[in-house]
Design a protein. Structure first.
Length: 213
């Protein structure tokens, strides 16, 4: 079986990644786009492995007994990714699976680079180490306004990162915009109704597959 396909959804919290991940996971197996025998793996970062679940609690719980320093946070995300790529994503791709992931390296650059102000060159070097230079075949950026993001998350318990405040999240949002241009991500206006966003994501994947035939 040929190598699988790696698709990533990126965006700030409240952009609708979880909703679209669920919609795509239901649609793709019956879409006719996947080759015969291919399976679909849906995963996330952080937390795509057992080790990653433990790291996710350390990274995101809002009332952690000890707050990680920015560089510690960066290294923990890299550790989660290294384990995820080595034990889940790369073996699945090599087996011909299609993989859809909620967040990947772009989120680290946006949150720890643009948001925290850590060195982007160092983050990129760490990204290569953690992934073995694995890159997504297609990244879809769900671009949502900060106002809409806040509205959608209004009734939810904010995690530690979400509690960093409006200025931090604005820097992260600006970072996603920069990264989308640098890395040729495909943008979807996620301020639209959910059904319209789903339709746009399906169209992007369909067009990508048709273009690579």
């Amino acid at each position: 079986m040929s190598k699988g396909l790696f698709i990533v959804l990126e965006g700030i919290d409240g952009c609708g990644k979880t909703t679209q991940l669920q919609a795509l996971s239901e649609w793709l197996p019956t879409s006719g786009l996947m080759p015969p025998g291919a399976q679909l793996l849906v995963t996330r970062e952080p937390g795509g492995t057992n080790l990653g679940c433990a790291l996710r609690k350390l990274l995101l719980q809002p009332r952690a007994p000890e707050r990680p320093e920015p560089i510690t946070e960066l290294i923990l995300y890299a550790a989660d990714r290294a384990q995820h790529v080595a034990t889940i994503i790369r073996p699945a791709l090599n087996a011909g699976y299609w993989v859809i992931c909620d967040r990947f390296t772009g989120s680290t650059a946006a949150y720890q680079g643009y948001g925290r102000g850590l060195n982007l060159g160092a983050i990129q070097d760490l990204e290569v180490i953690a992934t073995g230079d694995l890159q997504p075949d297609l990244t879809i950026w769900l671009d949502v306004s900060l106002a809409e993001s806040r509205r959608r998350r209004g009734g939810q318990l904010a995690d530690r990162i979400e509690r960093e405040g409006a200025e931090f999240l604005a820097r992260v949002a600006d970072g996603f915009l920069e990264l989308a241009m640098q890395r040729d991500w495909v943008c979807v206006n996620a301020d639209q109704p959910v059904g319209d966003v789903t339709k746009a994501c399906r169209g992007i994947i369909t067009n990508f597959i048709e273009a690579t035939k």
